[in-house]
Design a protein around this ligand. Structure first.
Ligand SMILES: *Cc1c(COP(=O)(O)O)cnc(C)c1O
Length: 434
């Protein structure tokens, strides 16, 4: 997809000098091969190494399912398909990139990798991938999640990962934060800072990230390639492709072969990114350079952002609470190649429950954002009588999110939408880059 873009995504900038980052500045943090992938705007196809393909055979190809029961329930003439990525123990698409990143780390002869995790999907996926390649895996887990979500933590430990609640006394930045804010529950930004420090200060370790980066979208393109192969086999052409967007990796992966055709002028598709109204990066953010982390130590990326110190109101779709968005998707959206929509939490869980009851799969809150908009589009078809074909990404299962379902059932779910004044406050602090 990136190879076909006329306007390439803007380069990452060094947070100190504000100059485009060179490969040698990135290799102390990331694996060499992954740095090469990150910076490569021109190679259209990157072969999947045989070792990664072997691992994919455990849970891929992921099923592409025609949602007959949902269509019937809605009484729509639309044909609805979903690509289900929850068929692995970690329960989401994140494993597709975790295994690739672990493979390149192993190939480089590293001892292990470090990362952060919030709710725990990425940490779980990475733990599985590292145990497969016998790599050490250090996960900094936001302390409140570590304490409140013991199940994902124990899945990670089952796969051999070392899970530390963040902030911790194992890093300099962690000790500093603890001294300043004793008793803090931590944040994703703080956990990122600890994971990066742990990687750069330990011999034979690198840092890995589960979304946003170009390399992660590349790994996730397996979702789109399989979807396209299956649709082509049956002679089906989608009209609308829908995906939820947190950092943009599943949506970027799902649309990549279709967007390639669109960019080359061969075909046209409507592509819709769905985000929570509580964290509306595409629909209400600014297209500007911003820090990727709250601690402002990571590179700057040009993206749709709400500002790196924007803290969304509590929302149960933890994977969609990031303030920014993939640079690739941001550029495509800016250039008019895709649409975006924001949806409120209660309506997302209404869609999730309807889907669970008719299609059998209990969806993750994140994935249910895509279900919401797929249902909305199918209902529009019912009004107009159009037989459109809708494909959406069902990124994962929601078994570890039952507290969220409980809140929904008890009528305790909030639909907080930030005011313009609140957004302007964090947007006003965007770094000044020409
Ligand atoms: C992390 C996650 C997402 C959002 O991440 P993207 O990088 O935007 O794909 C969506 N669904 C699930 C189940 C997740 O775990």
């Amino acid at each position: 997809m990136r190879a076909d873009m006329k306007n390439k995504p803007a380069p990452l900038l060094n947070p100190g000098t504000l100059q485009p980052l060179k490969a040698e500045e990135l290799t102390p943090i990331f694996c060499e091969e992954l740095v090469a992938q990150e910076l490569d705007d021109n190679t259209a196809y990157v072969p999947i190494p045989a070792e990664i393909l072997d691992f994919y055979k455990m849970y891929r190809p992921a099923p592409l399912v025609r949602a007959y029961c949902l269509e019937k329930k809605l009484g729509t003439p639309a044909k609805i398909y979903y690509k289900f990525e929850g068929n692995n123990t970690s329960g989401s698409h994140k494993l597709n990139s975790a295994i690739a990143q672990a493979y390149y780390a192993k190939k480089q002869g590293l001892k292990g990798v470090t990362t952060e995790t919030g709710a725990g999907q990425w940490g779980t996926a990475l733990s599985m991938a590292c145990s497969y390649f016998d790599l050490d895996c250090k996960v900094y887990m936001v302390k409140v999640s570590y304490e409140q979500k013991p199940f994902r933590r124990e899945v990670m430990r089952t796969y051999g990962a070392n899970v530390t609640p963040s902030p911790s006394d194992t890093t300099e930045i962690g000790r500093k934060i603890l001294a300043e804010h004793p008793g803090t529950g931590g944040s994703l930004g703080c956990a990122i800072s600890e994971a990066v420090e742990a990687a750069t200060k330990s011999e034979g370790y690198r840092y890995v990230l589960g979304s946003v980066l170009n390399q992660v979208l590349l790994h996730q393109s397996i979702i789109g390639l399989e979807t396209k192969a299956a649709l082509d086999k049956y002679g089906i052409t989608p009209d609308i492709i829908i995906g939820c967007a947190g950092g943009g990796s599943n949506l970027g992966g799902l649309i990549s072969p279709f967007m390639g055709e669109k960019l080359r002028g061969e075909k046209d598709y409507r592509i819709i990114a769905v985000e929570p109204s509580s964290c509306p990066s595409f629909t209400r953010g600014k297209f500007a350079y911003d820090f990727c982390d709250t601690g402002m130590i990571c590179p700057l990326a040009k993206m749709y952002t709400l500002g790196s110190d924007f803290i969304p109101s509590p929302n149960h779709a933890g994977g969609l609470r990031y303030h920014g968005m993939s640079s690739i998707l941001s550029q495509l959206y800016h250039d008019g190649y895709m649409e975006a929509r924001s949806v409120e939490q209660t309506s997302v869980f209404e869609a999730a429950e309807m889907f669970a009851r008719v299609e059998g799969i209990l969806p993750a809150p994140e994935s249910s954002h895509a279900i919401r908009v797929a249902i909305d589009e199918a209902m529009k078809c019912k009004e107009t009588g159009e037989e459109k074909t809708i494909v959406f990404g069902l990124t994962g299962t929601g078994y570890f999110d039952m507290v969220a379902y409980e809140r929904f059932h008890e009528g305790q779910m909030s639909d907080y939408i930030p005011t313009d004044a609140e957004l302007n406050e964090s947007l006003a602090k965007l770094p000044k880059v020409d």
